[in-house]
Design a protein around this ligand. Structure first.
Ligand SMILES: Nc1nc2c(ncn2[C@@H]2O[C@H](COP(=O)(O)OP(=O)(O)O)[C@@H](O)[C@H]2O)c(=O)[nH]1
Ligand SMILES: [Mg+2]
Length: 343
């Protein structure tokens, strides 16, 4: 998938996380991950980021089994379903997994590993998606707009994405479009300083659309590869917010026809099923093209990615796995499903 994968060869170790205070770096990934998944750093990172969800799902499912295996009957299927539901994957996806296990094994005594493999495969299939890569304009700059409710992780995700793009040698401009909160402008300015890239800010309370316009203009002027624009997550009403996002998109397109090339919706994984209602509010009005699922590391509800994929015609492009600069990876269904269930 996207560029993160290209790093897999040079990192068997978890990447250093300079700004990370969460202590979430994978401590014990070295031994068991290495064989089937040569993804190395990425797989380890995903696995440790999913620790909380893994603890719920993996432990729960393992608890269903005794050493001699378990008969797959209605009781077992009911218990399995209840445990899947606890990861916030929702009734649809959990029901499909249960039905698949029923179809494959009903009336048989099975071992844990067989069932885990079936569940992993099913999750993988449910998550299959096209267009997981970050969009790229035919000619630079690629303009990326980042939307989502307050606190979902927009600014932090922009920081992480920018850090990655900059470390690949790309030239960037950030746009501090959340002009309603002075702290938001400061926060993005700190990221720009860390990364060493340009930032366009407006005065406090300035028109966010004009900041977006100027950011696009700046990117063209200095020959940047990417312009990444932050937005406010809350106005007086949801309708006003959507109108504003619409206006931001319009002025960007006016400056650079066809832009923004990507509108990324940031959803907070710790919100579990509530992330779905957030997505409903944004996805159509804001013209979203992809999702960043943030804070997977802090969530035991990582299963929520299944209903997100099920209900929105939007690919999950990145997942946030911590607060540090390096704590984001491209989303890859295979890696995700394996990391979720592998012991
Ligand atoms: N653990 C963890 N924290 C995150 C992640 N992404 C963002 N945060 C934290 O969530 C809080 C809100 O993030 P922020 O980027 O300011 O959200 P915004 O209001 O949408 O811009 C901050 O304390 C971030 O450090 C993540 O992937 N993992
Ligand atoms: Mg912000």
């Amino acid at each position: 998938m996207a560029f993160w994968r290209s790093k897999k060869n040079d990192s068997d170790e978890p990447s250093p996380t300079p700004a990370d205070s969460s202590g979430a770096a994978a401590p014990d990934q070295a031994s068991s991950d290495s064989d089937a998944q040569a993804a190395g750093g990425l797989f380890g990172k995903m696995k440790s980021g999913l620790q909380k969800t893994r603890r719920v799902l993996g432990t729960d499912i393992r608890d269903l089994f005794k050493a001699e295996g378990r008969l797959v009957d209605e009781e077992f299927l009911g218990e399995l379903y209840a445990r899947l539901i606890r990861t916030d994957m929702g009734a649809g996806p959990a029901g499909r997994i249960r039905d698949r296990v029923a179809k494959d094994y009903r009336g048989r005594v099975v071992q844990l590993e067989e069932v885990v493999q079936t569940i992993t495969e099913d999750i993988r299939e449910q998550l299959k998606q096209d267009q997981g890569d970050l969009a790229k304009a035919d000619s630079p700059p690629t303009v990326i707009l980042v939307v989502g409710v307050n606190g979902s992780g927009k600014t932090t995700s922009i920081g992480k994405l920018s850090h990655h793009l900059a470390s690949q040698g790309h030239k960037l401009v950030l746009g501090a479009g959340d002009t309603f909160r002075a702290a938001a402008v400061e926060q993005l300015t700190i990221w720009a300083g860390r990364i060493g890239c340009e930032i366009v800010t407006g005065a406090s309370g300035a028109d966010p659309a004009s900041v977006a316009y100027q950011t696009t203009e700046k990117a063209i002027e200095i020959g940047a590869d990417y312009a990444i624009i932050d937005t406010a997550g809350r106005l007086q009403t949801q309708g006003k917010l959507m109108q504003e996002l619409e206006k931001i998109r319009r002025v960007i397109d006016k400056k650079l026809p066809g832009a923004p090339h990507e509108v990324l919706l940031v959803l907070d994984a710790t919100a579990g099923q509530n992330a779905i209602s957030q997505a409903k509010g944004f996805s159509s009005a804001a013209g979203c093209t992809g999702i960043i699922l943030s804070k997977l590391d802090g969530s035991a509800k990582g299963g929520v990615v299944l209903p997100i994929r099920e209900q929105f015609q939007l690919p999950v492009k990145f997942v946030g796995l911590g607060e540090g600069m390096e704590d984001m990876t491209a989303f890859d269904p295979d890696t995700f499903a394996s990391a979720l269930l592998e012991a």
